[in-house]
Ligand binder design. Structure first.
Ligand SMILES: [Fe+2]
Ligand SMILES: [Fe+2]
Length: 279
């Protein structure tokens, strides 16, 4: 089944010397799943995540249209999920001066796919930081995450927070900021995606989880960028933290099952040109 085309996207400024590297995957008709990475082009440029395998070439084009690979000094990998590691080995090969920031468990998991060069790694944990020349970048545990190796990144110079899989929501196209999204689409899909990403929220103690969310919100980010949601600024940041805080103890949302898959397959067959439908 061919993948429907998606609107083209270009890098979007996040903060000074910082860009969102967006790509899209098809969602419900008229909607798209953002699959973003980020670039901080300071004194020591930092590649933040490396996109999904289906976007590998687009990701390489966008990132290295903004920075010379020889200049990249850091590749920060938020976690080892495939939609964040699409261009990882390309980036390691193209950026010989870059150190890969990850952690021990991330390395173990990634090594099962293709061994990482151990002498190019730095293992850091939430609360640790690294110095990228003109800024300190601090690792944080985001409020919502779907893999045990996940760490977000806070730029102490610009106040930009990379929230990884937290704050995900569908978009309507090459639309990358919260105020450009229809409120209803954001409400519905924020709830769905953040629940799908962290189904464990139904077991959370409201107060204890609230304290964790508060600890991240206390960074007072100037802007929040994430892999699967819009850029957030101003009151939209507090709103997003409040939305994830409210998931604690709530029943998780369920995925569509076989009847929905049957409908999708029937619709795809009905839409296929004559002669291409299965017998
Ligand atoms: Fe993930
Ligand atoms: Fe992700």
């Amino acid at each position: 089944m061919p993948i429907p085309p998606v609107p083209p996207t270009e890098p979007v400024p996040v903060a000074a010397d910082t860009w969102l590297i967006p790509n899209l995957a098809p969602g419900e008709p008229g909607t798209y799943v953002p699959v973003n990475a980020m670039l901080i082009r300071g004194a020591e440029p930092v590649v933040v995540d490396t996109g999904a395998p289906i976007h590998r070439e687009l990701w390489l084009e966008k990132v290295f249209g903004l920075v010379d690979p020889e200049d990249v000094r850091w590749i920060f990998l938020s976690h080892d999920d495939g939609d964040h590691t699409g261009g990882l080995h390309d980036a390691l090969a193209l950026c010989p001066n870059a150190t890969l920031v990850t952690n021990a468990f991330g390395t173990e998991r990634l090594n099962l796919e293709r061994p990482l060069p151990l002498d190019r790694l730095r293992w850091l944990e939430p609360g640790d930081a690294f110095d990228a020349g003109d800024r300190r970048l601090r690792l944080v545990l985001p409020p919502i995450f779907d893999g045990p190796t996940t760490r977000g990144l806070f730029d102490e110079r610009t106040g930009a927070l990379w929230a990884v899989d937290s704050f995900a929501a569908l978009t309507t196209g090459a639309v990358h900021t919260r105020d450009e999204l229809p409120a209803e689409l954001y409400d519905e899909t924020f709830k769905l995606f953040n629940s799908l990403i962290s189904p464990w929220h139904e077991w959370l103690d409201v107060d204890r989880y609230g304290r964790h969310v508060d600890s991240v919100a206390a960074l007072r980010p100037s802007v929040v960028a994430s892999a699967h949601g819009p850029l957030l600024t101003g009151g939209y940041i507090d709103d997003a933290f409040a939305r994830v805080r409210a998931l604690a103890g709530q029943p998780r949302l369920m995925l569509p099952g076989q009847p929905s898959l049957d409908e999708f397959v029937d619709a795809a067959i009905a839409a296929a040109p004559a002669g291409l439908t299965p017998a």
